[in-house]
Ligand binder design. Structure first.
Ligand code: 13P
Length: 258
């Protein structure tokens, strides 16, 4: 983290977990546990049907609610899809785009780019995900792959909007596997992402960009990961489903740093 230049963000991604009733119970427990410190931003990205309950419960708090996906089109014949204006109207602040689980369902780099642009237009913060597979890591092409994903995802984003994005590095081999990247491995790629952003948008914008790590981040390993200079927070799956674990990670993000 480097709080002098950029925001720290602890974001949960619930994936396909919890019902609206369970969301209500989770949020009321979370409210009771949230630390008073105001260092980091907090987000919870929840299933679409849980958004109203989450927004209602967290209205007076500093927890921003987000969606896990959006459609880039403004409206129309897209059965089952949800537009960015629907999300903002429902009270969302964030939306995850390009998660590897959605890419595995067919989302392309062009889709990710279109979704990021649509989110920014609507005033949402897109949490843009990237990450390599185990095969790519072992083939030694992690940097090339991440460079390509980031360049394609950020294409056409204007200078005045670049500071509104968040990037999440999520190595696919670390997601839901309990096999976390080491702090050094995660830092290496997050630092590389910042270099890519610098080449595209200049050093001031790169310095101000919040870059998260995700992949089996939990209450036991978060402190070490967050201590890395280019890891500005976490995108947390499993551990965000349990209030006490999620809060422990928020507390770790409140650690004093340079
Ligand atoms: P886990 O924390 O469950 O590994 O999930 C990470 C993730 O995919 C967050 O988007």
């Amino acid at each position: 983290m480097n709080r002098k230049y950029r925001k720290t963000l602890i974001a949960g991604n619930w994936k396909m977990n919890k019902t609206p009733s369970e969301t209500k119970a989770f949020m009321s427990e979370l409210k009771g546990l949230l630390p008073k410190g105001r260092w980091c931003d907090i987000a919870l990205c929840v299933p679409a049907v849980c958004i109203p309950a989450a927004v209602r419960a967290m209205r007076e708090t500093r927890v921003g609610i987000g969606a896990e996906n959006c459609n880039a089109n403004p409206s129309g014949a897209y059965t089952g899809e949800i537009s960015t204006s629907m999300l903002t109207d429902a009270g969302c602040k964030y939306v995850i785009v390009g998660h590897s689980e959605r890419r595995a369902m067919g989302e392309t780099d062009a889709d990710v780019n279109a979704k990021a642009l649509a989110a920014l237009d609507a005033g949402l913060v897109p949490i843009i995900c990237c990450g390599e597979s185990l095969e790519q890591r072992e083939a030694g092409i992690t940097e090339e792959w991440i460079t390509m994903q980031i360049k394609l995802a950020l294409a056409g984003i204007s200078e005045d909007k670049i500071r509104k994005i968040v990037i999440a590095y999520e190595p696919i081999w670390a997601i839901g596997t309990g096999r976390t990247a080491t702090p050094e491995q995660a830092e290496e790629v997050c630092q590389h992402i910042r270099v890519v952003v610098r080449k595209l948008f200049g050093s001031k914008n790169a310095r101000a960009t919040t870059i998260l790590y995700g992949g089996s981040m939990n209450e036991k390993n978060a402190y070490e990961l967050l201590a890395q200079p280019d890891i500005d927070g976490g995108l947390i799956g499993g551990a965000s489903l349990v209030p006490s674990k999620f809060v422990k990670i928020i507390e770790d993000a409140n650690q004093p740093t340079a």
